[in-house]
Ligand binder design. Structure first.
Ligand SMILES: *[C@@H]1O[C@H](CO)[C@@H](O)[C@H](O)[C@H]1NC(C)=O
Ligand SMILES: *[C@@H]1O[C@H](CO)[C@@H](O)[C@H](O)[C@H]1NC(C)=O
Ligand SMILES: *[C@@H]1O[C@H](CO)[C@@H](O)[C@H](O)[C@H]1NC(C)=O
Ligand SMILES: *[C@@H]1O[C@H](CO)[C@@H](O)[C@H](O)[C@H]1NC(C)=O
Ligand SMILES: *[C@@H]1O[C@H](CO)[C@@H](O)[C@H](O)[C@H]1NC(C)=O
Ligand SMILES: *[C@@H]1O[C@H](CO)[C@@H](O)[C@H](O)[C@H]1NC(C)=O
Ligand SMILES: *[C@@H]1O[C@H](CO)[C@@H](O)[C@H](O)[C@H]1NC(C)=O
Ligand SMILES: *[C@@H]1O[C@H](CO)[C@@H](O)[C@H](O)[C@H]1NC(C)=O
Ligand SMILES: *[C@@H]1O[C@H](CO)[C@@H](O)[C@H](O)[C@H]1NC(C)=O
Ligand SMILES: *[C@@H]1O[C@H](CO)[C@@H](O)[C@H](O)[C@H]1NC(C)=O
Length: 500
């Protein structure tokens, strides 16, 4: 519609009408195919109130040649047949007695384009076509898109009514037909998608999907459609924790995550929701007013220590519902066995062994194939073990019964594996072939060499298996047992001399 102020400019020629006849209507109007337009119009004509009151008839003609033979597109004269093409679509909605000649055009067709003239008839004296003022109607292709209305926001699980309407259309002419398409719609129920109204209970997976409403006039070729992207608010449905980009399989709510002592731990907590949930990490289970150790989904521990062991919680807070998940952090350390180192003291063999591991390290001695139990002092041997923190240290004293070829082993155990290491007792002379002789001694006399060899305890380390976390590692120490007459000399060697 043109603003009212502009209308007088367009009413060109109204002054040239016969005196008393005036028509106020815009010169041209444009309507899109299938849509509607209301053309405001008012008219005046000379009338003497003394005359008899015959009825007042008004007519709109298109491309009029003869007001007597042409069929009008609209009239209030019940005796005149209107053009069948425009019947029902061209209507006079105003009050004719108030000189309102407004013309409503609905479901416009391309064929409606043309020049429209207005005529008024009353009795024998008033028969006038307003030739100077004609209305030019243009019909253009349909470009208007439908509007989709609904109450925002869309919430997962909440029934929502959506309606589709075509602005500028009216309920005349061919009926409008609607069709909805989209991934959020159940394909099993096409009937519900045939109306201008659609009820939908969106699911989380519908977020971001497209929903299209298509409108056309029944029987017409042209269609118009509007696509909206659904913005479905939904609470987090699940929580996933990623470690170094790999999702942790959290089968139960409290799964245990094993981390090697000293390693960096970087965990990312994700809880898909819309809008995004607020994620935070708590040490221990999250009490309502606990202080988070991380206010994002990222938990970064540059060095995992045993003190960090315990339950961690990732919480996803969302207005539509919150979730949390527990993670049990369990720390382990690589087992580390020191020893056994042995020495001769007062005709007995003193060995010590240390084992560092977490959790709960324990240490056992074996003599040959026979285990020596706990803290005992049963005549021939004496074991003293003590544990503190990650360490279990143990000492063994053996009296007598020592023969060449006897193996003294120390085994460390914990939940994640074991390590063992042995000392093989060998008669000194037998050792000559394999023992490592310091190069400086190479030129010395046989007796001197023999003497030194008898006095020294050689050890030779044969590399065991490459150290693994749980694989038992065995070190072989070759220990020369002094001959009985050399016991005194051996006993004066400080124990440190036997160590590497
Ligand atoms: C003429 O009638 C139309 C349709 O009812 C209305 O919209 C318009 O306001 C009326 N014009 C006047 C001047 O009363
Ligand atoms: C959704 O519609 C938009 C524009 O309307 C389009 O760019 C996008 O490709 C559509 N997405 C899908 C999945 O059809
Ligand atoms: C989706 O809806 C949420 C509120 O529910 C709003 O915060 C967000 O901005 C919307 N996103 C888009 C792309 O419109
Ligand atoms: C987690 O929830 C999202 C969104 O609700 C869903 O797409 C995804 O399949 C769910 N994942 C699992 C493992 O259930
Ligand atoms: C994760 O990354 C850290 C640092 O980038 C690394 O030290 C650690 O070995 C990685 N852990 C795993 C399980 O890949
Ligand atoms: C984990 O268990 C707690 C209570 O034991 C519960 O509140 C929470 O919802 C559970 N989380 C998940 C993701 O199942
Ligand atoms: C965490 O894991 C450790 C070692 O697996 C276990 O002893 C402890 O009971 C677990 N704690 C919880 C709360 O599950
Ligand atoms: C056992 O060893 C600890 C220190 O390792 C020592 O204090 C304690 O006296 C020893 N006990 C015996 C019976 O030797
Ligand atoms: C062995 O004895 C020491 C002290 O003599 C003691 O601290 C330790 O707990 C004992 N170990 C065992 C396994 O009895
Ligand atoms: C055990 O031995 C290790 C290594 O020799 C040492 O660091 C630690 O302090 C010892 N612990 C005890 C309780 O003697």
């Amino acid at each position: 519609m043109l603003p009212l102020l502009l209308l007088p400019l367009l009413w060109g020629g109204s002054l040239q009408e016969e005196p008393g006849y005036e028509l106020q209507v815009q010169k041209s109007v444009t309507v899109q195919e299938g849509l509607c337009v209301l053309v405001p119009c008012s008219f005046s004509y000379p009338w003497n109130a003394w005359y008899s009151p015959p009825p007042l008839y008004i007519y709109w003609f298109v491309n009029e040649k003869s007001p007597y033979y042409d069929e009008p597109v609209a009239t209030n004269n019940p005796g005149r047949k209107v053009k069948s093409e425009t019947q029902g679509r061209f209507r006079l909605l105003g009050d004719v007695r108030n000189k309102n000649c407004s013309l409503s055009i609905g479901d416009a067709r391309m064929g409606d384009a043309g020049s429209y003239s207005f005529r008024v008839e009353r009795g024998r004296d008033v028969k006038h076509t307003y030739v100077r003022n004609k209305l030019n109607l243009e019909v253009t292709a349909l470009t208007e898109k439908p509007d989709v209305h609904f109450l925002e926001p869309l919430e997962s699980g909440r029934l929502t009514r959506l309606s589709c309407s075509l602005p500028g259309s009216c309920e005349v002419g061919r009926p409008l037909t609607f069709s909805w398409t989209g991934d959020a719609l159940s394909p099993l129920d096409p009937e519900t998608t045939r109306s201008s109204e659609l009820t939908l209970t969106p699911r989380p997976e519908d977020h971001g999907t497209n929903l299209t409403c298509q409108v056309k006039r029944r029987g017409a070729q042209v269609t118009t459609e509007r696509t909206i992207q659904l913005n479905v608010s939904y609470a987090p449905q699940n929580i996933t924790i990623f470690r170094n980009g790999t999702a942790l399989e959290i089968l139960q709510n409290t799964s245990t995550l094993l981390v090697l002592e000293g390693q960096a731990l970087w965990l990312l907590c994700e809880a898909p929701s819309n809008p995004p949930a607020h994620l935070s990490w708590f040490q221990a289970s999250s009490a309502p007013n606990a202080t988070p150790i991380s206010d994002t989904g990222i938990l970064a521990l540059p060095r995992v220590e045993f003190a960090k062991e315990g339950v961690f919680t990732c919480r996803a807070q969302h207005p539509l519902g919150s979730l949390h998940i527990f993670l049990n952090l369990s720390v382990y350390s690589l087992p580390q066995l020191l020893g056994p180192s042995c020495s001769w003291e007062a005709e007995s063999l003193h060995c010590s062994c240390s084992f560092r591991a977490w959790p709960a390290p324990s240490l056992y001695w074996w003599l040959g194939e026979k285990p020596l139990e706990g803290n005992s002092s049963q005549g021939s041997f004496k074991v003293n073990s003590s544990s503190a923190g990650l360490w279990t240290n143990s000492s063994l004293i053996l009296h007598g019964g020592l023969t060449s070829g006897l193996k003294v082993s120390c085994k460390g155990w914990n939940t994640y594996g074991s390590q063992s290491s042995s000392v093989l007792l060998l008669q000194g002379r037998l050792n000559l072939r394999t023992g490592v002789v310091p190069a400086a001694l190479g030129g010395a006399g046989v007796m001197a060499l023999l003497c030194i060899c008898l006095c020294l305890i050689f050890f030779l380390m044969i590399p065991g298996r490459s150290p693994g976390q749980t694989a038992p590692e065995t070190k072989h120490l070759l220990l020369g047992i002094p001959l009985p007459w050399e016991n005194n000399r051996s006993s004066i060697m400080p124990p440190s001399a036997f160590l590497r």
